[in-house]
Design a protein around this ligand. Sequence first.
Ligand code: NAP
Length: 281
Amino acid sequence: MTGPATRCVAAVIGHPVAHSLSPRIHNHWLAAAGIDGCYRAIDVPPDRLGEAVAALRADGLQGWNVTVPYKTAILPLMDRLSPAARTMGAVNTVLCKADGTLSGFNTDGIGFLKHLNATVPHWPKDRAALVIGAGGAARAAAAALIDTDIPFLMLANRTEEKARGLAADIGRQRITTVAWDALSSAVTAAGLIVNTTTLGMTGQPPLPLDLSTAQADCVVYDIVYAPLETPLLRDAAARGLAVVDGLGMLVHQAAAAFELWFGAAPVYDDALKSDLHKALA
Ligand code: NAP
């Protein structure tokens, strides 16, 4: 690339990272805001994270995103952590301060909740929420949900030990764990069901969840966004349940990062929406 947009002002690091939609999102917003600079995807090979962070710190970027597998590994390389990043034990956004120090944030939880509230503003908060999974994304969803008015949170994960660890790390009351083979029995009690596992992603088997006992106002949220309509969401929609897909969470977490770096809230306009839908088709 030549011209004024060759100056890298922000980036995403991960491994692999070529599939990331973040450059499409942030480069659209940089252009819309008239900011002279671009956002790049940087593949950081295993064992080179420290080196990569030192190089990014020296390059004078506003900040960068962190994706799989470095969201936890990057924690000790930060000078400061936001309360959310500390609770979740994961950083997805780094802000470089003018004095060269690095602050680690986690905008996944904000993105998760903003998209839910925007899509189904009156989702049932008077019943439990069921979060399926206990990986990095589950941490963000669980930490965001426990701060809402729900009476309690149910966590179910194939490896139940990890669900118990997550409950302990969030460190609050109102969290119970559900055995993987009892997953379907938790459906009846839930006002919100969230899939945060990789099941349902392109190339993965679907999440084995029987929605037949879900209450009519139950909301089903799948944070997987490739494909946009997972087998879980297709099943939920066919049963007349409200559904929330994973793309909006991605866009909202990106918007929160952009605002941290550039001080202005970006707009999810129709051109970006259509570009992302095309990329995921
Ligand atoms: P992760 O930390 O690797 O966690 C993976 C989770 O999936 C674990 O709970 C794991 O259970 C479970 N799992 C994997 N294979 C399974 C199987 N065969 N049967 C049952 N459970 C299985 O990954 P992550 O970072 O949390 O990401 C999870 C998904 O969320 C990915 O699809 C990712 O693309 C998506 N995501 C979306 C957004 C967004 O903005 N929409 C943001 C972040 C992530 P075990 O603990 O038993 O292994």
